[in-house]
Ligand binder design. Structure first.
Ligand SMILES: Cc1ncc(COP(=O)(O)O)c(CNNC(=O)CNC(=O)c2ccccc2[N+](=O)[O-])c1O
Length: 387
C-alpha cells in the first residue's frame, strides 16, 4: 500500500472505530471488568491493545500507536505528553550510570539540556559530535559508548546527517542508534530502513499539524521495543486521549499539508537566496546546504521549516525586522498551518563540537499554508524596516 493510502487507513480498523470513520476519544483512568477471566486477560496483556488502566491507554491511543507502527514499520509505539519527554524516555531506555552518549552538536536546545543536566546528574557522560561526521564517528566511540543520537536535519541550522554511514559503525559495535525524526516525520524519511533503532518525534509539530496539542512519540525496532515500552511505563509516561485523537486526525492530511508546506517554503527560500541582504539560506533541499546530497538520497521531500542568515544586523535591527510582520508570528514550535519566525543571534553559543561560520543573525522560519507571495511581501517589508 502506498503512503498516501496508508495515511488514510492506518489505525482505523473496526476494533477501534466500531461503525464510525474515526476512533472515538475514550477518556479513562479506571477500566472495569465483569469477570475474573476478563481481568486476568487484561492483566496478562498489560495494556497491549487491551484496555487495562488509563496509563496504559485506551482504544484512542491504541489506534494511533497502530497507525504510527504501520507507517514506520516499527515494532511498537509509546506515547508521551510531549516530544521532550519522548527524548528523555528513549535516552534512559538505553543509558545508565557510567555509560557514554554521542549526541549531535546541532540537537534541539532542550535536548542538549537533557544531556547536560538530567543525564550528567545520573552519571551519564555526553560527547557532542559534528553533524557532518559520517563513518568517522567511529573515532569518538569509547568502550562505554552505548548510544548515538541524531537529529537530521538539525531543527535550527538544517545540517543533514549520513544516517546509514553512522548506522554501519553503530551496528558493528552494538551501539543503539536514536533519531529525532520530528522534521522528517514517517512520510519524508524511512528511519528504520536507514538503520535507526529508536525513532522519536514531537507529534506536537506536523503530525498534529494545528498547533493545538502537545504530544511525543517514540518507536523502536523489535530489538529495542520491549525495553522502550518498559522504561516508558516505569517513568509513568502517558498522553491524553484527546491529544492522541488529534494526532490520528492529523495523520489523514499529513501528506497534503507537507506538500503545500514544501511548495510554499521552497518558493520563499529561493526568493531569499536571491536577496543581497541574505548571507545564506539553510534549507536541506537547496544545493549548498550541508548534507544536501544526503538529503536527496535519503528524504522523499521537505517541509516548511528552514532558516536563513542576514548579512548584517544587531538585536535592534532584528527587532525592527520581526516586529510589525503581517503574517509571521514569533513563537516557540512549528508544524502548524501558521507561519512563524524565531531569531537566534548566538548560534555559536549552542555549538561545542562544530563551527558556525556566520556572524549575522539567524532567522528560523516555519512557512505555513498562507499564500507564499504574501509571505514574501511580508519578508520584503521586514527588510525595509531594518533600513
Ligand atoms: C526537533 C525537535 N525535537 C523535539 C522537540 C520537543 O518537542 P515538544 O515541544 O513536543 O516537547 C522539538 C520542539 N521544538 N520546539 C522548538 O523548536 C521551539 N523552541 C523551543 O522549544 C526552545 C528552544 C530553545 C530553548 C527553549 C525552548 N523551549 O521552548 O523549550 C523539536 O523541534
Amino acid at each position: 500500500m502506498r503512503k498516501a493510502t496508508q495515511l488514510i487507513h492506518a489505525g482505523r480498523g473496526k476494533e477501534w472505530t466500531g461503525s464510525a470513520v474515526n476512533p472515538p476519544v475514550v477518556r479513562a483512568s479506571t477500566i472495569v471488568f465483569d469477570t475474573m477471566d476478563e481481568l486476568k486477560h487484561a492483566t496478562a496483556k498489560r495494556g497491549d491493545r487491551v484496555p487495562y488502566y488509563g496509563r496504559r491507554g485506551t482504544a484512542t491511543h491504541f489506534a494511533l500507536q497502530e497507525a504510527i507502527c504501520e507507517l514506520e514499520g516499527s515494532a511498537g509505539c509509546a506515547l508521551y505528553p510531549c516530544g521532550a519527554a519522548a527524548i528523555n524516555a528513549a535516552l534512559l531506555t538505553v543509558l545508565k550510570q557510567g555509560d557514554h552518549l554521542l549526541m549531535v552538536d546541532t540537537a534541539y536546545e532542550p535536548t542538549r539540556a537533557i544531556c547536560d543536566k538530567l543525564l550528567a546528574g545520573l552519571g551519564i557522560e555526553t560527547t557532542y559530535y559534528d553533524p557532518l561526521l559520517g563513518a568517522a564517528i567511529a573515532d569518538l566511540i569509547r568502550p562505554n559508548t552505548k548510544a548515538i543520537f541524531l537529529e537530521s536535519p538539525g531543527s535550527l541550522t538544517m545540517e543533514v546527517q549520513d544516517i546509514p554511514a553512522i548506522a554501519a559503525v553503530a551496528k558493528a559495535q552494538g551501539i543503539c542508534l536514536l533519531l529525532d525524526n520530528t522534521w522528517g516525520t514517517p512520510l519524508l524519511l524511512d528511519a528504520y530502513a536507514l538503520g535507526i533503532d529508536i525513532c522519536i518525534q514531537s507529534a506536537t509539530k506536523y503530525i498534529v499539524g494545528h498547533s493545538d496539542a502537545m504530544l511525543g512519540i517514540a518507536t523502536a525496532n523489535s530489538q529495542y521495543w520491549p525495553q522502550l515500552r518498559e522504561q516508558s511505563y516505569l517513568m509513568g509516561y502517558c498522553a491524553s486521549a484527546d491529544d492522541a485523537y488529534l494526532a490520528s486526525r492529523g495523520l489523514r492530511t499529513l501528506k497534503i499539508r507537507l506538500e503545500q508546506h514544501q511548495a510554499n517554503a521552497l518558493k520563499v527560500a529561493n526568493w531569499l537566496a536571491h536577496q543581497d541582504w541574505v548571507e545564506t539560506v539553510r534549507h536541506p533541499a537547496l544545493p549548498g546546504n550541508p548534507g544536501h546530497d544526503i538529503f536527496k538520497r535519503d528524504f522523499t521531500g521537505s517541509n516548511g521549516l528552514f532558516s536563513f542568515v542576514l548579512k548584517q544586523g544587531d538585536a535592534k535591527a532584528v527587532q525592527a525586522f520581526i516586529e510589525g510582520m503581517a503574517h509571521f508570528k514569533m513563537g516557540f514550535s512549528w508544524g502548524g498551518f501558521e507561519s512563524l519566525i524565531i531569531p537566534n543571534l548566538s548560534i555559536q553559543k549552542l555549538r561545542t563540537a562544530s563551527h558556525w561560520p556566520y556572524a549575522g543573525p539567524l532567522l528560523r522560519l516555519h512557512i505555513g499554508l498562507e499564500d507564499p507571495d504574501d509571505l514574501i511581501a511580508d519578508l520584503a517589508a521586514a527588510y525595509q524596516r531594518m533600513q
